[in-house]
Structure formats: C-alpha cells, structure tokens
Ligand binder design. Structure first.
Ligand code: TYD
Length: 151
C-alpha cells in the first residue's frame, strides 16, 4: 500500500551539518520525495506536532529541542516521502527512538546521542503510522506544496 510519511531533520542534525548524510540514506530507499522545505519552528507548532506526548516529563525539553533552542539553529528540514510501505521503510532506516538502543547501521545509531542529562537527540522524526502521518503532513505542509495530491 502506497502511503505518505512526514520526516523532520531535527536541530541536532542541522547544527552538525548532517542534512546531506540523512538525505542520502533516505534517498537510497524505494520512496519518492514529494515535499521539502526549511521551517522555523515556534513552540505552538512543536507542541501541536507532539500533542500526544503532552504531560510527559521530557515534553518541555523536547519542545525546546525541536525549536532549535538547544542547538542555536533556526530551522528544521521538513520532508514528505511517498511510496509502498513508506512509513515502515523510513522508520526501519531511522532506527530506535533511543539512539543508545538504535542499531549501528541506522541513522539514529550512526548519528544520534543520549545527552548526559538524558535527552534523546535522535536526528530525525518520522511519522509513526498512517493517521499520524496525515495529521502531521497537514500541520507542516499546505496541499499545494506537495508534488502529488494525497488521498
Ligand atoms: P516517540 O514518538 O515515542 O518516538 P519516535 O520519535 O521514535 O516516533 O517520541 C517522540 C520523541 O520524544 C522522540 O523522538 C524523542 C523524545 N523522547 C524522549 O526525549 N524521551 C523518551 O523517553 C521518549 C519515549 C521520547
């Protein structure tokens, strides 16, 4: 089943100039890039993006992280990919949420880190399932910014 997935290249990756490396890994998959832009993230957008995690002990720190406040960067790179099992393909190459647990061959295993304070700096976000992907894509992109019209 073909599906869309939102990917965010997070501020730790932007600061460390890993955008190209992350894109190269994603480009090697059997998925098509149908949307891409640099986005300045304010707290309202970050909180809406992670709305299902409101109330978690790491929430406030994670919002500051996504807004770039912890890395001194002003944007994230937002991408939409389309393809057969795109969510599974991309989450597989992204690796486990916790970079310490992510396999070495994955993006998070290669480039992510767990800070001494316990924050997961895990390089990228990828939608967890199809309904989250739809919600997230509508939050980050206008339909006319995508190369195909999504179902
Ligand atoms: P989650 O949606 O569970 O994972 P994923 O990004 O792999 O879909 O969590 C969202 C983000 O929250 C995750 O990328 C990093 C952060 N996070 C923490 O900082 N600590 C935690 O214990 C968890 C579960 C997540």
């Amino acid at each position: 089943m073909e599906q869309a997935v939102l990917v965010l290249i997070k501020p730790d990756a932007i600061q460390r100039k890993l955008t190209g490396a992350v894109l190269a890994r994603l480009e090697s998959l059997d998925v098509k890039l149908i949307g891409a832009k640099a986005v300045r993230v304010d707290h309202a957008l970050a909180e809406e993006h992670y709305t299902r995690l409101r109330g978690k002990p790491f929430f406030d720190d994670m919002i500051r992280y996504l807004c770039g406040e912890l890395h001194g960067v002003e944007f994230v790179v937002a991408l939409v990919f389309w393809g057969e099992e795109a969510i599974r393909q991309i989450r597989h190459v992204a690796g486990a949420t916790n970079p310490e647990a992510a396999a070495p061959g994955t993006i998070r295993g290669a480039y992510g880190c767990l800070t001494s304070g316990g924050r997961m700096e895990n390089v990228l976000h990828a939608s967890s399932d199809e309904s989250e992907a739809k919600r997230e894509i509508a939050l980050w992109f206008r339909p006319e910014e995508l190369l195909i019209q999504l179902p």
